[in-house]
Design a protein around this ligand. Structure first.
Ligand SMILES: [Fe+2]
Length: 226
């Protein structure tokens, strides 16, 4: 992805979050110059990969396969001082997150506002393919069984609980508008805890055609020396 595209997606995301009265912490708006004035006190942000995360999953077609995320809080798998994570995400109509499961993370995906959110689920086979068996899910505390590949449509306010090892993908339903998604989960570790059905990259490859507006969590190592 071009940095200019990421910068403009951040501005659109901020508008959408503000429209829905969802406000990000101050570090969301730190410029590189602000970061450079910080020291050890911000290590949790860096070590736990908090902050902006915009990905096309290495496919180069963000509007078909892409997601805007902001990790608000997260634990560190090494210290486990905090064993939970909260993210906010924005997904557009028909914009899909590649089918994946997590080895450890269990998560609640919540439709906080906007359009309708479609979530598709499968069990996995022993060789990590999609199983054809019915899938048990929990929608807002209520158990439900859906067929393999069943699509659960969540309206604003509704959520689904996804345990580890359940394949899932999601997108905003066509004709309903962008969705503001919340994610409440156990610790998130994007380096080792995602298994994608098809080989994709978790983070975008970035072509630096302009200065970053705000850093992505995957930029900290490159830009900061904390
Ligand atoms: Fe997931």
């Amino acid at each position: 992805m071009k940095r200019s595209e990421i910068n403009s997606l951040m501005l659109d995301a901020i508008d959408f979050l503000n429209e829905n009265k969802f406000y990000l912490p101050k570090f969301a708006y730190w410029k590189i110059g602000d970061w450079k004035k910080k020291g050890e006190e911000v290590k949790e942000i860096i070590d736990c990969q908090l902050g902006w995360d915009i990905s096309d999953f290495g496919k180069g077609i963000f509007h078909e396969f892409g997601l805007i995320l902001f990790t608000i809080r997260n634990g560190d798998l090494k210290t486990l001082t905090k064993n939970y994570c909260e993210k906010v995400m924005i997904v557009d109509e028909g914009q899909t997150t590649p089918m994946h499961y997590h080895f450890k993370k269990q998560e609640d995906i919540i439709n906080r506002a906007g359009g309708s959110l479609n979530v598709q689920v499968y069990n996995k086979t022993e060789d990590d393919q999609l199983a054809d068996t019915p899938v048990s899910v929990v929608i807002d505390g209520i158990k439900k069984t859906v067929k393999a590949g069943g699509v659960i449509c969540l309206s604003p306010g509704e959520s689904i609980y996804l345990p580890s090892y359940i394949y899932h993908t999601f997108w905003a339903k066509k004709g309903t508008g962008k969705v503001l998604i919340g994610e409440v989960s156990s610790v998130n570790d994007d380096r080792f805890d995602n298994y994608f059905l098809k080989n994709v990259g978790r983070f975008a490859e970035i072509e630096e055609d302009e200065e970053p507006l705000y850093l992505l969590c995957s930029d900290y190592e490159k830009y900061l020396n904390i």
